[in-house]
Write a protein that binds this ligand. Structure first.
Ligand code: DX5
Ligand code: ZN
Length: 216
């Protein structure tokens, strides 16, 4: 039993409202919103005004993934714009600012997520494990949809689950990148609770069936 968070990075932006309502109709759990700044990652996507408008048209939890430098500058504004879950990257600022930012997110009543890129060792996340409601283990290099799943990240999720069971058992593990009908099964066996999926969800011939495969 896992949750699915379809990533609107692969949606049709001209028909974003239609595609988000379609996520609701197909039984999706959360809507994953990828925010990129062209600096932390080599791509630019969407920002605050779009998030604000998405908030008006859905009651599904909005899972906002900030791939931006120094997210502490923007965290409050993204929460006010409607994020229910706000995930920042460990590599995007100093450890002091990362800690402060996670505390700030929780103090504002939002769920705090921390993400690690494929090259970041799990031990770098240890100081934050009790400060988070979710850890996002990237299973591709952040920046683009449609990349191949990195199976070797499963060692990280498996070890992370053991560590969290000791210090913060409620904390969820999310994966993002290359999740499809096959790789979601590998993730489930390795302690993952939430699957972000962009291209596989939007390309699925039967999206409702794809959602069920992940949720079962
Ligand atoms: C990539 C984004 C992902 C992206 C995943 O940096 O964080 O959320 O949408 O896309 P797929 O599922 O196509 O790998
Ligand atoms: Zn993402």
């Amino acid at each position: 039993m896992a949750k699915i968070a379809p990533s609107i990075l692969s949606a049709d932006f001209v028909n974003l409202e239609r595609d988000i309502h379609n996520i609701e109709e197909n039984g999706g759990d959360w809507v994953h919103v990828d925010v990129m700044d062209g600096s932390f990652v080599p791509n630019i996507t969407i920002g605050l005004p779009v998030l604000r408008d998405i908030r008006r048209i859905t009651s599904l939890p909005l899972d906002v993934h900030l791939m931006i430098e120094r997210p502490i500058r923007f965290a409050e504004r993204f929460i006010k714009a409607g994020a229910d879950w706000l995930t920042i990257h460990l590599e995007a600022d100093t450890s002091q600012n990362t800690m402060t930012c996670l505390e700030m997110i929780r103090a504002m009543g939002c769920k705090a997520g921390l993400s690690i890129k494929p090259g970041t060792p799990l031990k770098a996340a240890l100081p934050y494990l009790t400060k988070c409601d979710m850890i996002l283990v990237m299973t591709v290099e952040p920046g683009f949809g449609g990349q191949s799943f990195m199976t070797d990240m499963m060692d990280k999720t498996r070890r992370l689950r053991k560590l969290l069971d000791e210090v913060n058992p409620e904390c969820l593990i999310e994966v993002d990148g290359g999740i499809d009908a096959v790789t979601q099964g590998i993730c489930k066996k390795n302690g993952v609770d939430v699957m972000v999926t962009g291209s596989a969800y939007f390309k699925a011939p039967d999206r409702a069936a794809f959602v069920k495969i992940i949720q079962e």
